[in-house]
Design a protein around this ligand. Structure first.
Ligand SMILES: NC(=O)c1ccc[n+]([C@@H]2O[C@H](COP(=O)([O-])OP(=O)(O)OC[C@H]3O[C@@H](n4cnc5c(N)ncnc54)[C@H](OP(=O)(O)O)[C@@H]3O)[C@@H](O)[C@H]2O)c1
Length: 319
């Protein structure tokens, strides 16, 4: 099969198309013929091996332990492992598996859900990491409830565009922060108010929020604390290195009062994927896809997302 690989840490120029043996599913895995994949921020971080401590977790300090890249996919089941009963060959599915920028990928059956018949492969491939992150940040870490005021800082990218839609589904009033070029998209996805961060500063408002999600946080944790209500929750999902370090060091001490500060790490699981599949089927969520790239253009797709201003999701058409 054809797959996108790299053998060193570096930029998108390190990527090349290679011919590899088709992988064999383990007992709890399925083998999927990939039709579409989508790019996440984690793909360029894994490619570059940054931040450096992430190399420890990935198991390759000087060279990447895994040569294949890509995570989110949608496609058709080709074969299943001996313990898998939920899927069979021919099922259309979507989910997450290491090495999804390839013609075939193996994924644990628990990391996969049926693709709704009315969703395209590209739409389904857009969902896994970004929508699970948005769902869990709002529902689990943020305890978002109907009637609450929610601020989403970084509302125009992969996670943010799902977060707007899911926050509305949870019954909250949504203020989305993004640049002016993406304001119309945020409003169309359901944001009640849009703040263009190039012209307006949410700190200068009198509004206090029940929940602030730093989707792509570029402000200090103390700025976010300023706009939290007395029992508000701040959830950091992603953003710059200083924001991540601040949240890592200060979330606990700042949570000694009634306000809560959390650094959220999403966990993929079958139940949430299946729920998002139902949301996709009934149009509760509609993936905002900015553009498609061809399979031989993965390097350009990753470079696009790495520039930090992708508008929603970037899809790679594999087959
Ligand atoms: N914790 C987890 O489990 C987890 C899971 C997935 C992702 N993440 C992280 O979450 C972050 C967001 O992921 P993503 O997939 O949404 O990334 P993304 O698609 O690359 O986000 C791009 C968006 O960020 C916005 N942005 C850039 N600078 C901004 C600023 N100064 N203020 C507000 N928005 C700004 C851009 O909007 P404009 O063009 O309008 O500026 C753009 O639409 C990343 O850091 C990613 O690594 C974390």
């Amino acid at each position: 099969m054809k797959a996108i690989i790299r053998s060193e840490y570096g930029g998108p120029e390190m990527l090349r198309m290679a011919e590899l043996p088709r992988p064999m599913p383990g007992d709890d895995e399925i083998l999927v013929r990939v039709r579409a994949a989508s790019v996440n921020a984690m793909d360029w971080r894994l490619l570059r091996g940054t931040p450096f401590p992430a190399r420890l977790a990935a198991g390759g300090l000087r060279r990447p332990a895994r040569t294949k890249l890509g995570h989110d996919f949608a496609g058709d089941v080709e074969a299943v492992g001996s313990n898998v009963t939920a899927f069979e060959a021919g099922d259309a599915v979507f989910g997450s598996g290491a090495g999804a920028f390839a013609e075939y990928v193996c994924a644990r059956a628990t990391q996969v859900a049926p693709k709704p018949g009315n969703a395209t492969y590209a739409q389904a491939a857009s969902v896994p990491v970004a929508a699970i992150t948005a769902l869990q940040a709002l529902r689990d870490a943020g305890h978002a409830k109907s009637g609450q005021r929610v601020l989403l800082d970084g509302a125009a990218g992969g996670v943010g565009t799902f977060a707007i839609q899911i926050a509305r589904t949870l019954g909250t009033t949504v203020t989305a922060v993004c640049s002016g070029t993406n304001a119309a998209q945020a409003a169309a996805l359901g944001a009640d108010r849009v703040i263009d961060y190039t012209r307006e500063d949410f700190l200068h408002d009198d509004v206090r929020y029940d929940l602030v999600v730093g989707v792509n946080a570029h402000r200090s944790i103390f700025d976010y604390r300023c706009v939290l209500g007395p029992a508000g929750i701040y959830v950091l999902v992603g953003g710059g290195g200083p924001q991540l370090l601040q949240a890592f060091l200060l979330a606990k001490p700042l949570s000694l009062g009634r306000q809560r500060f959390r650094l959220h790490m999403a966990r993929s699981n079958h139940d949430d994927l299946a729920l998002l599949g139902r949301f996709l089927a009934d149009r509760t969520i509609v993936p905002a896809i900015e553009c498609h790239y061809g399979f031989d253009d993965v390097a350009r797709a990753i470079a696009h997302v790495e520039r930090g201003h992708a508008r929603g999701k970037v899809v790679i058409d594999i087959a």
